[in-house]
Ligand binder design. Structure first.
Ligand SMILES: C[S@@+](CC[C@H](N)C(=O)[O-])C[C@H]1O[C@@H](n2cnc3c(N)ncnc32)[C@H](O)[C@@H]1O
Length: 341
């Protein structure tokens, strides 16, 4: 073997770290058991932590020992575990350590990555369904606390941008908007607050959270929420149909169905407003992590603006304007003639 073919130490370590499932799972178990919080002020032994977390001392000790070796925990001569500076990142909210908690909606969905090979081979197996025997959305419907967590994650991202979305487009000119898959109503509430003459309807799997949000915001006289599916025809006649961050959750075939229902309901004069953080143009760096998450959780994908435009064209919708709102894009679509569905 020539020296050039001998992997460097650094290269070898990096490859092992990149392909290792042990450390990520050990970190996730520690987060799920709230080990970082338990040892943030005072180091503790595996026996103490096992008693606190109703766990097996021997097994927990072995997992924590691995994390000490990986540089996440410290271990003193009395077998007490503490946090390294790397480990303290597990306490910082901004890093969203709760996503590592295996009992949260995201932590649970991440485990579907063990089915990646099946997805690669088949092209259409949805990993989440392969793991849990049901779709991500059906599962949310079964577990109200997961649905609340999911809505909260979505609402956190929306709250940062809703003011810019509200001024980036003349929403009032639409008269009435239907927020299709509008979640817990964060966007609709923001639009209605900014445009006092605008009226709204929100449609999602469960109208409960949005109904409460509209009520709390004192907007129930101008908007209602409906439980229903955008895979079925939508209530017609509104000036605008908003699809915010919905398309990434679905395959091209399903997006055509959803966009088609929006186009039918909007008719010749209504508008369809697609709001998304589109990925960079083909060939440029894309957020491959998010793209693969969309694939595994839902059978969806991240798309470029051009790909979204092509899908819209396939159901007879053509762009009327494209605006930026914070780091997201609002693509305004209108009927372009007979649909090719
Ligand atoms: C990624 S979230 C986006 C939420 C919101 N539009 C936003 O931008 O924050 C996707 C939404 O689609 C909803 N959804 C999923 N399947 C649906 C269906 N078949 N019919 C209606 N809504 C659905 C989910 O409940 C969720 O609220």
């Amino acid at each position: 073997m020539t020296s050039a073919a001998v992997p460097s130490d650094r290269g070898e370590r990096t490859l092992r770290e990149l392909s290792d499932l042990i450390t990520p799972m050990a970190i996730r178990v520690a987060v799920t058991l709230r080990i970082p919080q338990r040892i943030s002020a005072t180091a503790a032994t595996a026996a103490e932590l096992a008693a606190d977390t109703n766990s097996d001392t021997d097994v927990l000790e072995r997992v924590l020992a691995h994390l000490a070796g990986a540089g996440v925990l410290t271990r003193d001569e009395n077998g007490r575990f503490g946090l390294t500076s790397l480990g303290t990142q597990l306490l910082i909210d901004d890093g969203r350590p709760e996503f590592l908690d295996l009992t949260t909606v995201v932590g649970r969905a991440e485990l579907s990555f063990v089915h990646l090979l099946d997805v690669v081979r088949s092209g259409d197996v949805v990993a989440y369904a392969a793991r849990y025997g049901t779709s991500f959305w059906a599962d949310l419907g079964e577990e109200p606390s997961s649905a609340v967590q999911f809505d909260q994650v979505m609402a956190d991202g929306m709250k940062k941008r809703v003011d810019e979305i509200a001024v980036a487009y003349d929403w009032a000119a639409l008269g009435r908007v239907v927020d299709v898959g509008g979640g817990n109503g964060t966007l609709l509430v923001g639009l209605l607050r900014a445009h006092p003459t605008l009226r709204g309807t929100l449609l999602d799997r469960d109208a409960g959270p949005a109904t409460r949000a509209l009520d709390e915001a004192g907007l129930s006289d101008r908007a209602t929420a409906l439980s229903g599916s955008f895979l079925e025809p939508l209530p017609p006649g509104a000036g605008g149909y908003v699809l915010s961050r919905v398309q990434s959750d679905w395959s091209d075939a399903d997006v055509r169905i959803i966009l088609g229902h929006c186009a039918d309901a909007a008719g010749a004069h209504g508008r369809v407003l697609v709001i998304d953080e589109f990925t960079a143009d083909e060939g440029a760096d894309t957020d491959t992590e998010t793209d693969l998450r969309m694939l595994m959780y839902y059978g969806g994908k991240e798309r470029t603006l051009e790909q979204a435009r092509e899908l819209a064209a396939s159901v007879g919708l053509t762009p009327r304007s494209i605006r930026r709102a914070a780091d997201w894009t609002i693509m305004e679509l209108g009927a372009s003639g007979p649909a090719r569905r």
